[in-house]
Design a protein around this ligand. Structure first.
Ligand code: PGA
Length: 253
């Protein structure tokens, strides 16, 4: 159990920002500014912008993912999008279990487990988000919280090969707040996540990339993204500008 793969992965979570034209322009700018020789990189636009982003990213190393997916393949689920639909478009990964989905949209660990399984059924890489609230950190139960989230969502079927799962450690209190944990706390949480992965899926856990997420910027990237066990970053606000996101990627590489 230990070192993540050498090449880090930087993913931009655009959330409910950027229209189609802006998405196309940002992907084009990223395709020429990101340091693909040193980092893997992806962006997750909103559903209506996926087609534009995919077209703009074609022929470049930038991968395009979605921010959410439904757990079922089809059916009467008004407003929802299935993994089959996403895979059919050429989408490569999907963010699952983001804390905004958990807290604002009531997603439970059990539902998130079903979404991870849906992504896997259709060859999408799930980026499974885990992390503690401020109250849980103060109660010193961060390790138990992330372990529970991993235990429910990951099973042997999920990660038959290491490239089929990415985990993002996102302390809920650090998302969009400008506050971050210390590099030491990040490493401790990543170790707890890797131990939980190991308990579920054995030695394959050693190769799974665990990203840090929560107010990642060029200013804190050198310390946070080079902390032991950190395999890259899930970046929100700082991913909406090409130069800023590329700076995070360069500092991570
Ligand atoms: P932030 O968001 O970088 O704006 O804090 C990160 C995330 O929610 O993935």
């Amino acid at each position: 159990m230990s070192v993540p793969p050498a090449k880090r992965l930087i993913v931009g979570n655009w959330k409910m920002n950027l229209g189609e034209d802006e998405a196309r322009a940002l992907v084009r700018a990223l395709a020429t500014t990101l340091p693909f020789d040193r980092t893997d990189a992806g962006v997750a636009p909103a559903f209506p912008c996926l087609r534009a982003a995919l077209d703009a990213a074609r022929g470049t190393p930038l991968t395009v993912g979605a921010q959410n997916v439904h757990a079922d393949d089809r059916g009467a689920f008004t407003g929802e999008v299935s993994a089959a639909m996403l895979a059919g478009m050429g989408v490569r990964f999907v963010i699952v279990g983001h804390s905004e989905r958990r807290t604002l949209f009531g997603e439970t660990d059990a539902l998130i487990a079903r979404k991870v399984a849906a992504a896997r059924r259709h060859g999408l890489v799930p980026i499974l988000c885990v992390g503690e609230t401020e109250a849980e950190r103060e109660a010193e139960i961060t390790d138990e919280v992330v372990a529970r989230q991993i235990h429910v969502a990951v099973d042997t079927h999920t990660a038959t090969a290491v490239e089929q799962l990415v985990v993002a450690y996102e302390p809920v209190w650090a998302i969009g707040t400008g506050r971050t944990p210390s590099p030491r706390d990040v490493t401790a949480a990543h170790r707890a996540i890797r131990a939980a992965l190991h308990a579920r899926i054995g030695t394959v856990a050693a190769g799974i990339r665990i990203l840090y997420g929560g107010s990642a910027t060029p200013a804190n990237a050198p310390a946070l993204l080079h902390a032991p066990e950190v395999g890259g970053a899930l970046v929100g606000g700082a991913s909406l500008d090409a130069a800023t996101f590329a700076a995070v990627a360069r500092l991570a590489g």
